[in-house]
Design a protein around this ligand. Structure first.
Ligand code: HEM
Ligand code: HEM
Length: 179
């Protein structure tokens, strides 16, 4: 197994895995938060909106940090793999931004007031064309997000298990591997 010569900066590693957990939580709690009936559905609705908004906050922090700190050069490999990885990363960054905004728009279409952890969540104008159009894409883009993240994870595991390179290790928070 190749050891990574350079790893992602620790702040970017932390943001990557926090985001992955938040996206997974948002996905498994998917449903209509504005129509939650019973304590369990209420809890899922709160978790959905909170984790989804956390994804947005994390990417808003991550993008400037990524520009500032940079990323290690890709492991050696064919050009098509580098291009596919780059396209998946750009797609994932785009979905981290757009899916929560689409969810926020979808929520505005479902209710006029939503309380998140006891605080009134400001909502956009549900009649604005962009809010309606964006809201309609939320479920589809949310599902696409999970599919793309799943393919991305399979590729990362494939690098580790089949190609036996350091692609996965450089994104892991394991200090001893970072020497
Ligand atoms: C990465 C973040 C998010 C993901 C992956 C995600 C995913 C999903 C998925 C897959 C559904 C459809 C569930 C079903 O009916 O089977 C859904 C529904 C919904 N989500 Fe999200 N969501 C995210 C963030 C948010 C946020 C931040 C909000 C609100 C501020 C939100 C509000 C809603 C609403 C209102 C629905 C029901 C209406 C609809 O399906 O369009 N979501 N979400
Ligand atoms: C929703 C979940 C996930 C999202 C949104 C996501 C997003 C991303 C993004 C945007 C990058 C590019 C980082 C950059 O260069 O700025 C990245 C890199 C990476 N991710 Fe994920 N990821 C997710 C889950 C996973 C999982 C589950 C794994 C492993 C099983 C994984 C392994 C990696 C690895 C190894 C890299 C570095 C790739 C390289 O250097 O070419 N990711 N991820």
């Amino acid at each position: 197994m190749t050891r990574p010569s350079t790893c992602y900066p620790r702040a970017l590693i932390a943001l990557h895995w926090l985001t992955a957990v938040a996206v997974l939580l948002a996905f498994v709690t998917g449903g209509n938060p504005a129509e939650a009936r019973g304590a369990l559905e209420q809890l899922a609705g709160q978790a959905h909106v909170a984790s989804g908004m956390l994804v947005f906050a994390l990417v808003a922090l991550r993008l400037p940090l990524r520009a500032l700190l940079g990323a290690p050069a890709a492991e050696p490999g064919p050009r098509w793999q580098h291009l596919a990885a780059k396209a998946a990363h750009v797609g994932l960054y785009g979905l981290m931004l757009i899916v929560p905004l689409a969810g926020w728009s979808a929520l505005a279409g479902e209710t006029t007031a939503f309380s998140l952890l006891g605080f009134a969540l400001p909502l956009p104008d549900a009649h604005a064309t962009w809010v309606r159009l964006l809201g309609e894409t939320h479920e589809t883009l949310g599902n696409a997000f999970i599919w793309l993240a799943g393919l991305h994870a399979i590729a990362a595991i494939g690098h580790h298990v089949l190609l036996r390179d350091a692609t996965l290790l450089r994104m892991l928070p394991l200090k001893m591997l970072q020497r």
